[in-house]
Design a protein around this ligand. Structure first.
Ligand code: NAD
Length: 326
């Protein structure tokens, strides 16, 4: 089986490639990534074919996807604040880019797994978020992800393309970048804690997220690819945890056995207050899922940063540069 991973040099993509190459059903993994927020060194020692280029380059995209059985489409311009800084760039990567990838999957007869985001639920108040709730994007990032997932479902309906849309919640773990303005909260907290700086909290810290360990996410993605699972509606890829930023700080204090300083800052534009997945649809499709509990995932993540983070390299990521997600 030949699998293409767009965005495979990014945080989730590089973890996914490590999982895919261990699956006996998969013979070949090809990564297409323009290294805008990912890093080639994330794939060092991983047996994949790396193509450095953009999914917006249509002839290149056609060449890469021709002959693929499955595409796992992760490439995107991530993060809410990035999309507020440049909404057109987010639309081009996340909406137009997804449309181009779908078109090449249709041409090649490949199935596709698409990364969408819990941010599409936006200001909908109900918790946990069920997939049949309305979507109310609050940021250009969320709107662009909703456009991308809508195109994927429409291609399934209109052209019989085998498509599966996953809404990721807050994924964290090894290889996630830190130490820059768009870092997601867990790497940002760990980076600050290890470099002796205060943990910056936007808002009062009681806002909650469904933090999902990357190892649990990539196992589901690899299963979806090898079993060619498709669905007519989006599927949440998270397990229903609800953890506040202050709880992460408390847990890090236990793991590091010291008190951490905090600086409270204004709430960020476009951020949602609370987020938690309903996971029944996911568990119906993937009954063998065995997610890593938050306490264990955070410990594994902290250990990875302790081994890999060069806190002297101010502003540089542990392994690359990627954004924080709602
Ligand atoms: P990431 O930034 O680490 O990975 C994205 C990758 O896409 C990067 O390697 C980047 O270089 C690549 N890319 C961007 N534009 C490209 C282009 N035009 N052509 C080719 N490659 C391009 O981010 P991530 O956290 O690994 O996110 C992966 C996917 O999951 C994204 O679609 C993101 O929107 C989605 N997602 C992530 C989270 C999360 O918590 N990390 C939450 C919700 C959704």
């Amino acid at each position: 089986m030949r699998v293409v991973v767009t965005g495979g040099a990014g945080f989730i993509g590089a973890n996914l490639c490590r999982e895919l190459i261990m699956r006996p059903a998969i013979d070949e993994v090809i990564v297409l990534d323009n290294l805008s927020t990912g890093y080639e060194e994330n794939l060092r020692g991983v047996d994949v074919e790396f193509v450095n280029g953009s999914m917006l380059d249509r002839p290149l995209l056609q060449e890469v996807i021709a002959g693929a059985d499955t595409v796992i489409h992760l490439a995107a311009r991530p993060s809410v604040p990035r999309s507020i800084a440049d909404p057109i760039a987010s639309h081009e990567a996340n909406a137009t880019g997804t449309l181009y990838v779908l078109e090449e999957c249709r041409r090649a007869g490949a199935s596709i797994v698409v990364a969408s985001s819990s941010s599409v639920y936006g200001s909908v108040p109900e918790l946990p978020r069920r997939e049949d709730l309305p979507t109310r994007p609050q940021s250009p990032y969320a709107a662009s992800k909703l456009a991308g997932e809508s195109y994927a479902l429409a291609y399934g309906n209109s052209f019989g393309l085998s498509a599966l849309v996953f809404r990721f919640f807050n994924v964290y773990g090894p290889l996630q970048s830190s130490g820059h303005a768009y870092a997601a909260v867990i790497p940002a907290f760990i980076h600050a804690a290890l470099s002796g700086s205060p943990l910056r909290i936007h808002g009062d810290g009681t806002q909650t997220r469904d933090f999902t360990y990357v190892g649990s996410v990539v196992k589901v993605l690899a299963d979806a690819a090898t079993r060619r699972v498709s669905a007519a509606t989006p599927v949440n890829l998270a397990f229903g945890s609800r953890i506040s930023l202050l709880e992460i700080k408390d847990r890090l204090e236990v793991l590091l056995d010291r008190t951490l300083d905090v600086s409270f800052e204004p709430t960020r534009q476009g951020d949602v207050r609370d987020s938690q997945a309903a996971s029944r649809v996911l568990l119906d499709l993937f009954p063998d899922c065995d997610p890593v509990p938050f306490e264990d995932g955070l410990e594994l993540t902290l250990k990875w940063y302790q081994e890999h983070l060069n806190v002297e390299a101010a502003g540089l990521a542990a392994s690359g540069g990627n954004g924080g997600h709602a």
